[in-house]
Design a protein around this ligand. Structure first.
Ligand SMILES: NC(=O)CCC(=O)C(=O)O
Length: 313
């Protein structure tokens, strides 16, 4: 009987060096996706904000309007570039993420007259394409990256972005299902847990950690989500640009269901490849059968905090 991952698959994480020129970033991403495909990769992943520098000041300028779908080529060049990369490379493509603009109030509506202008929302959005260039899924970053570490880093995505509101699971025909998150989403075990409980064999995170939290947390979180759920986890970062206002940690990596890191990049531009085999999931789950040992009567609905807790006498 085929397992969750129906057949072995080679994946590639493109730790891309991007700059401020969107057209150049798209062209460069295309070269790297084609390179990964010619090395045998069947699923290719790009980093968070692969078509722009990463930073709240950049989101409005680089944002593309994806709705209504399909968008116009003029308003969403990255959508069309990604679809063409997937099609021409013949791969499943997790297209990192791009800033997305959603126009909320329509011109000429009562709302517009009241407000005096159209309202818009911005998201950090990942687009996933199939081998014929068809759009398979859209994930808007659910947990916005708002942190304040004195002497380290302050970053407030929520000053500019709105959060997405759904768990995203994509079915890669012939391989099975994977969950999708964007960067800070990896800190919330629930997204990966829901995807795994719904039959995902892996969870993929385009991400761009930073040089304060990256050294301690990036690898640890990837391994944790893999071990929690006994699935593969892949995290794909941009290459570090020392001259950028936000210096990405890099270190794109793949962890197996035991938490072993199968491959990890350095800080520069690099493609990481890994061969994934569903037998590893089954072996891990057979040896350590946590999913059969859960005690839901002790923690019936963790998501609402409705867990009975009695202090020790
Ligand atoms: N782009 C992000 O969401 C960064 C997340 C991050 O660096 C973290 O520490 O979490």
């Amino acid at each position: 009987m085929a397992g969750l991952l129906k057949k072995p698959v080679k994946i590639a994480l493109v730790q891309l060096a991007s700059g401020s020129d969107k057209a150049a970033n798209l062209k460069h991403a295309r070269e790297k996706v084609l390179e990964a495909a010619s090395s045998g990769a069947e699923i290719v992943v790009l980093p968070e904000c692969f078509n722009s520098p990463y930073g709240t000041q950049y989101f409005p300028k680089y944002a593309e309007q994806l709705l209504p779908s399909p968008p116009s080529e003029e308003q969403a060049p990255s959508f069309y570039a990604l679809a063409a990369m997937a099609r021409d490379a013949g791969v499943f493509l997790i297209g990192g993420s791009i800033p997305e603009r959603e126009v909320v109030g329509k011109a000429g509506t009562e709302e517009k007259e009241k407000e005096g202008k159209e309202k818009e929302k911005l998201y950090n959005t990942s687009l996933v394409f199939g081998r014929k260039g068809e759009l398979l899924a859209t994930h808007r970053k659910v947990h916005l990256f708002d942190i304040d570490i004195p002497g380290g880093i302050t970053f407030m995505e929520s000053e500019v972005l709105s959060p997405g509101n759904k768990v995203t699971i994509v079915d890669f025909e012939g391989y099975g299902k994977v969950g999708l998150g964007i960067c800070y989403d990896v800190r919330f075990p629930e997204l990966a847990m829901v995807a795994a409980r719904k039959g995902a064999w892996g969870v993929f995170y385009p991400g761009a950690f930073n040089t304060t939290t990256g050294p301690l947390h990036w690898r640890l979180l990837g391994q944790s989500r893999a071990v929690d759920n006994q699935v593969y986890v892949a995290m794909c970062s941009p290459a570090r640009d020392e001259s950028a206002s936000y210096r990405a940690w890099g270190h794109s990596l793949v962890a197996d269901p035991m938490g072993k890191v199968l491959g990890e990049a350095g800080e520069g531009e690099e493609i990481i490849y890994a061969e994934l085999d569903g037998a590893e999931i089954e072996k891990t789950r057979k040896g350590i059968p946590v999913s059969e040992q859960r005690r839901f009567e002790v923690y019936p609905d963790v998501s609402k905090g409705a867990v009975k807790y009695e202090e020790d006498p």
